[in-house]
Design a protein around this ligand. Sequence first.
Ligand code: SF4
Ligand code: SF4
Length: 604
Amino acid sequence: MDNDLTRLNKTNKRLEFPIKLRRLLHLKLLALFLLAFVPTSFAYAGIADTYPQVRDFFPAADRFGDIEGSPPAAPVYQNERLLGYAFTTGDIIRIPAYSGRPINVLVGIDPKGRILGARIVHHEEPILAAGVSEARLKQFVDQYRGLSVNGHIIVGGQREGYASIDAISGATITVMVINATITRSVRAVAESRGITPAASTREGATAEPAAANLAAPPAPVKKAATPSPSKRAVAREKQSAPQPPSQIVSAAPPRTTEPHLYEIENEEPTWLILWKQRKLEIALLSLGLIILSNILLFHDFLARRPRLLRRIRLGFLLYTLFFIGWYGLGQLSIINVLTFVQSVMHQFSWDTFLIDPMLFLLWSFVAVALLLWGRGVYCGWLCPFGALQELVFQLARKLKLPYFEMPHVVHERLLALKFVVMLALFGISLQSMLWAIQAAEIEPFKTAITLRFHREWDYVAFALGIIVLAVFNRKFYCKYICPLGAALIIPGRFHSFEWLRRRKECGRPCQTCAVECEVQAIKPTGEIVVNECHYCLDCQVTFYDNNKCPPLVERKKRRERLGRNPETGGAIKPEPEQKISLNKLQAGISKANSTTKQDESDTS
Ligand code: SF4
Ligand code: SF4
């Protein structure tokens, strides 16, 4: 009997455990169910917990209220006296910056309508990741302390009625977006809470510290739940699309549970302001693109005039390097391509692409050029780093420095490397754009063009190494490594026209152009590989050269023999160029023969 009882107890104990587990599970489910109905504001951690930096704006505060109202902001108190409001701009306005993503700024304002402080808590700006330090960025936003919330703040300039703050050199777009983000957000919060600033300029820049605001009488705060639209800023609720996963740079990311954003009425879009400010650059770039279009359309005319073409090309490459690159910072990058892909996959917005007029115009032109001519127009004429390599190579030839070319078989295999680099970057960008930005340092563009070599020595050494390579091998980086070049090849495959001329003798037997093309974009069989061609037009000059192109030389000689040459009056005198051409013809014949043998042995 005892034994039976003991057995029963043991069995009961064994059964007890799963019952407890089930009860616990039910309780958890109930808690989760109830949590789903808790008001959103309770679900957020307090602003001071998420962003402890906010205490710097309100050193005397003893309580931070919940983030609430429309637009959302947390009231800040000392002894129940209102000291001001704290909020993050990501909850109010999201202006896409250079990276295509908004910059999130933590801001505090007081009831007198002054900005008590600003701190960037999240950004993905490549220019900043590349060279401008976080400290420099902090210095920039520190300038807002003490300014009025009325939004009349101008970056890097002077205008009557505006407070002026210093820009960050080389980060124009980023700072303009930060300025628009801060000024519009503070205005939206101030006006929704009935805060009317007394003055419109930097009257508060040296004003009393935040603690002095204790004396300020609390301003009438409108009930946040029923926002009352004011004349200029209206908390117009706008359904926001789901945000892509964000990378945290300095602190917590913007809250993504908040489904609403706010638009400021009667405000010019930020991109439009930037376009107006860069009218001169836009005009000069448009002029350059018109000139280039004419060069491309009338290249036959220019190819018959080699000296003129050489001068025009040299001038254009200098324009590309100095104006588009070093002055206008119009260097396209694989990051632009990855940002575009991310934008299409998540939340496409024209604002993202319009924010930089130079890049927008260049990309628009390149998109059309890719379909008409292929990748060569950008790589041969518009890429500042490409122009730098080309100019260095031309200078080296003037100095008669030696150079080398890869054997055709090695060259063909190395061409694939840039696609591997591009695919690797694309894969990384799917995981994290910030990682992709760092991995994209394989592009020396930021060092050599955007930051004009003002960077840590290892980056500078890398960029200089690539330029030195370009001295001995024409555009080595472009041919084998550049991920942007690879990305341009893909749409370039669909180009509709074959503009570059060939003869039936090209390749078999003549190798003159193939030997002369140091980019190695002409196959030994004579065809131009459009995907690899940089549109330098050298082969087109040869194509029309009566003294260089062997079939033309032959034709000329035949005409001369028949006495039809008005220049020589029938005299047949071999010219030095002819000898060179014939030598090249012979070299070409033997090269073609050896390639044919190679092909035959490969096939066998
Ligand atoms: S391959 Fe790359 S670096 Fe070279 S010209 Fe093209 S985009 Fe510029
Ligand atoms: S020589 Fe001809 S094929 Fe070679 S890069 Fe220049 S334009 Fe293209």
